[in-house]
Design a protein around this ligand. Structure first.
Ligand code: ASP
Length: 439
């Protein structure tokens, strides 16, 4: 049995948090590979070390003095080292960092030092071997993650190490230049390490007890999702639910390694299991609700559209030409609607409209703005009748006008379009009918 454990920034923000993490790791000897983030916020108004590093590097790039700024970062680490009673000095590391900043080594290098230094402390604290991610995680020349090379080098390296710390968030190009993943990317590193060591489980430790059925900013104290499939998670994450980095599921998903989201501050909570497939039914038919505001619907009408082969392609070409990706395309007999993100579309609207005219000669085009999309996701919907009916009844009782309905044939989710102004009210109504009334 082998587990990879990734700890987020809030789990490693102070010596006290480090101690909780140490207890968690020592409580289970199969927790052999540890992926730390950089120290996060200790309190609400605090600044994450990653953000401090970006800011410090920006000074260096402007040719300004970075002494104070770098000193504050060093203090964050020294506080942790002292609180853990470690015999460790980062003086030499900070000397190198200063030199590299002054030599303008790049903002990726700068940001990566947050994880790098935390990894050194973590390895010292646990007595695990430190493996610099720049030597085992690779990016190709275009800056894309090089899965093949990474798998080869990382799995060979870790095969010979019983217990290791691999800092999250970064890797390197073939020439050794450091490159980071996008923000929150330590989740991705954890997943890559889990794949490389063929872990039985990837534990992702954070500051919440798992994925919530709905956004806690909209629903007071929502229920935790006990088990969710990768596919459901992808739908919810795409629609704005965030706990785990969007790309983190891909490496483990291919290997069938489950992810367990756990809470460092409440280690006994079960958290959420993310799995490929499961017999476990969701307690509420639906697994989760997520959504986003800020969409535009472009309604295109043309008589006899149904018999014109290639019409849809021509319309979509107009969007493609301007680099706009579409979100949904519900269609009728003589109508087709394209949903796109409003901010992406606004600056280019007239160009896109004239291209639609030129390419597909529609009768009319109408634009409707300020729409929100809500995804009601659940593997359980397939086996249960009346799910859509319950959603629509709930929205109708809440006096909400539905602008669009889209259910994929996989029956994994139902997507509903409403006005931005109805967004929160709609989520509450759906949550109430499926969850609140079942409690
Ligand atoms: N420290 C990085 C960030 O703040 C990466 C991470 O925490 O996963 O985005």
């Amino acid at each position: 049995m082998k587990k990879v454990v990734k700890f987020g920034g809030s789990s490693l923000a102070s010596a006290n948090q480090f101690k909780k993490v140490g207890d968690i790791i020592r409580a289970d000897e199969t927790r052999r590979y540890v992926v730390p983030s950089a120290p996060g916020k200790r309190f609400n108004e605090d600044t994450k070390v990653t953000d401090m590093l970006y800011a410090c590097y920006a000074l260096a790039e402007d040719g300004k003095d970075i002494t104070d700024s770098l000193h504050k970062i060093k203090e964050r680490y020294n506080e942790i080292i002292k609180g853990l009673d470690l015999d460790l000095s980062l003086d030499d590391e900070f000397e190198t960092i200063r030199e590299q900043f002054e030599a303008k080594a790049g903002s990726d290098y700068a940001a990566s030092r947050g994880e790098y230094l935390n990894g050194i402390i973590m390895a010292e604290y646990l007595g695990y071997e430190f493996v610099d991610a720049a030597t085992v995680i690779f990016f190709d020349e275009e800056g894309n993650f090089d899965a093949e090379k990474t798998q080869e080098v990382l799995s060979a390296k870790l095969a010979n190490i019983e217990r290791a710390v691999v800092p999250g968030f970064y890797g390197a190009y073939a020439n050794g230049k450091v490159k980071t993943f996008s923000r929150g990317g330590s989740d991705v590193t954890g997943s890559i390490v889990a794949k490389a060591v063929k872990a039985n489980l990837y534990e992702n430790w954070t500051d919440v007890s798992g994925f919530l059925v709905a956004d806690p900013r909209i629903i007071h104290n929502p229920q935790v999702i006990n088990t969710i499939t990768y596919k459901e998670l992808r739908e919810l994450a795409y629609m704005g639910a965030s706990v785990l980095h969007e790309d983190a599921i891909f490496p483990v998903r291919k290997e069938g390694i489950p992810i367990n989201i756990k809470n460092t501050n409440r280690p006994d909570d079960e958290g959420t299991m993310i799995v490929e497939s499961t017999c476990r039914q969701s307690a509420y038919t639906i697994t989760g609700i997520a959504g986003k505001k800020g969409f535009v619907a472009i309604n295109i009408e043309k008589d006899m559209m149904n018999s014109e082969v290639g019409f849809g392609r021509k319309v979509l070409e107009a969007f493609e030409k301007h680099g706009i990706s579409f979100e949904h395309v519900p269609s009728g007999i003589d109508t087709m609607t394209v949903f796109v993100h409003q901010p992406e579309f606004e600056g280019k609207e007239q160009l896109v409209l004239s291209d639609i005219h030129r390419l597909s000669s529609p009768d009319t085009i109408e634009i409707e703005t300020d729409l929100a999309l809500i995804a009601v996701v659940g593997r359980g919907m397939k086996a249960v009748k009346g799910t859509a009916a319950r959603i629509f009844a709930a929205l109708s009782h809440a006096n909400i006008n539905i602008k669009m309905i889209d259910q994929g044939s996989s029956e994994l989710n139902i997507i509903i379009g409403v006005k931005n102004a109805d967004f929160e009210k709609a989520i509450k109504a759906i949550y109430d009918i499926f969850v609140e009334t079942q409690l």
